[in-house]
Design a protein around this ligand. Structure first.
Ligand SMILES: NC(=O)C1=CN([C@@H]2O[C@H](COP(=O)(O)OP(=O)(O)OC[C@H]3O[C@@H](n4cnc5c(N)ncnc54)[C@H](O)[C@@H]3O)[C@@H](O)[C@H]2O)C=CC1
Ligand SMILES: CC(C)CC(=O)C(=O)O
Ligand SMILES: [Mg+2]
Length: 369
């Protein structure tokens, strides 16, 4: 089997973590007998520096011609003063919109060995395992108008939260479908006490719920949901929400897992390539130091193998290998604390490569018995 993969390293630690993922992918290909034609392309600040635009047409074409896209992260202080539509982040938003990857899945899982890495109490985080389903191509990040205006009374500014009913319904259905395969519990997060868009969101959830009588639905306002997420994270199973709310809540949820460096994501469309990226950004504070935790990107690669390549066994073995390095006590600096030695990005990647060999070796032995 041969797949086509577009790799967009982007900026900052994006380059380091995608490089780790490519090393791991090569190993997986040899262990599971498939091959991938990888094409790298620029996005974000790197693309601005080379081509004067955060999302060059060539990058879009390479992504569209691929089975999947793996992205590192974009942004950094060097480009922070550019106009909004020419910033690195605009490149990423443009790519998500062009690929129509409206369903952003962000699984939040507590690894037992990392329970004490969270600043939250062990008894609060223990057993947390939920997934945030974030609407990714609409809402406040995309609505028009979105502009600054000079008026007689000074500067005024507008961002717009816009949704069609269809856009809400398609993401809500993704969330209901997921809930049927999990604990059957859906929390829809909105701000229906203030926003008209949230009131329509709630109506759509209530209407779609009629098709899923086996799913228990809970509506939660975003402010109290933010509190509940760190107070009682085990309450949540599937969380569905608007673009900006999902962005904020998922970084908050990272606290439960111990580090933003552990959170993967998959962004899926109805057809066309999926986009896989860690939840974190380009981390300028540690960029270029070989200190970044590559595990969020490796878990995103596992989601890619599952959803876009249908290499289910490889996906599962990669996930188990990540679990295994953590349970063997290997940690990058974000998780090392006082009790562990901090491994570099490349050292952690080598541990995952070794764990992959071990996992596949164990499976071969089991099937030979
Ligand atoms: N998807 C993307 O490309 C995203 C890009 N950004 C961009 O990234 C830049 C920095 O944004 P921040 O708010 O600082 O968020 P960030 O996610 O880059 O970093 C937040 C904190 O988490 C740490 N961190 C993040 N990933 C880590 C990893 N893998 N291993 C170890 N530590 C890690 C960083 O060192 C930093 O202290 C900005 O330009 C922002 O726009 C932010 C979020 C997402
Ligand atoms: C940089 C932004 C475009 C997005 C972001 O923070 C995210 O998707 O998590
Ligand atoms: Mg974010």
């Amino acid at each position: 089997m041969q797949y086509r993969l577009a790799v967009l390293p982007g900026d900052g630690i994006g380059r380091e973590v995608t490089s780790a993922a490519l090393t791991v992918l090569k190993k997986i290909e040899s262990l599971f007998s498939f091959s991938t034609e990888v094409e790298e392309a620029d996005i974000g600040g790197a693309a601005i520096d080379r081509f004067g635009h955060p999302l060059p047409q060539r990058t879009v074409e390479i992504c569209q011609a691929s089975d999947a896209v793996l992205l590192g992260a974009v942004g950094g202080p060097k480009w922070d003063n550019l106009p909004g539509d020419l910033r690195p982040e605009a490149g990423l938003l443009g790519l998500r919109k062009t690929l129509q990857v409206f369903a952003n899945l962000r699984p939040i899982r507590v690894f037992p060995e990392l329970m004490d890495a969270s600043p939250l109490k062990r008894e609060v985080v223990e057993g947390s395992h939920f997934i945030i389903v974030r609407e990714l191509t609409g809402g406040l990040y995309f609505g028009e108008p979105k502009e600054r205006r000079q008026t007689a009374n000074g500067l005024e500014v507008v961002d717009t939260l816009h949704y069609t009913e269809d856009e809400i319904e398609r993401i809500v259905r993704v969330a209901f479908d997921l809930a049927t395969k999990r604990r059957g519990h859906l929390t829809s997060v909105d701000k229906a006490n203030v926003l008209e868009s949230s009131r329509v969101w709630r109506e759509v959830v209530q209407r779609v719920a009629l098709d899923y009588p086996q799913v228990q639905v809970h509506h939660q306002l975003v402010d109290s949901a933010a509190m509940m997420m760190v107070q009682k994270p085990t309450f949540f199973d599937v969380v569905v929400t608007e673009n900006l709310f999902g962005d904020i809540l998922s970084d908050e949820a990272a606290v439960i897992t111990g580090s933003l460096g552990m959170l993967p994501s998959a962004s899926l469309s109805s057809r066309g390539p999926g986009l896989y990226e860690p939840v974190h950004g380009s981390a300028p504070d540690i960029a270029g130091q070989n200190r970044a935790n590559p595990l969020a990107t490796l878990l995103s690669l596992s989601m890619l193998l599952e959803h876009s390549f249908s290499q289910h066994e490889a996906a599962s073995v990669l996930e188990k290998s990540v679990l295994s390095v953590i349970s063997q006590g290997y940690r990058t600096a974000d998780l090392a604390g006082r009790h562990h030695q901090a491994l570099s990005t490349t050292e952690m990647t080598e541990r995952v490569l070794a764990a992959l060999e071990d996992q596949v070796g164990c499976q071969t032995m089991k099937s030979a018995q």
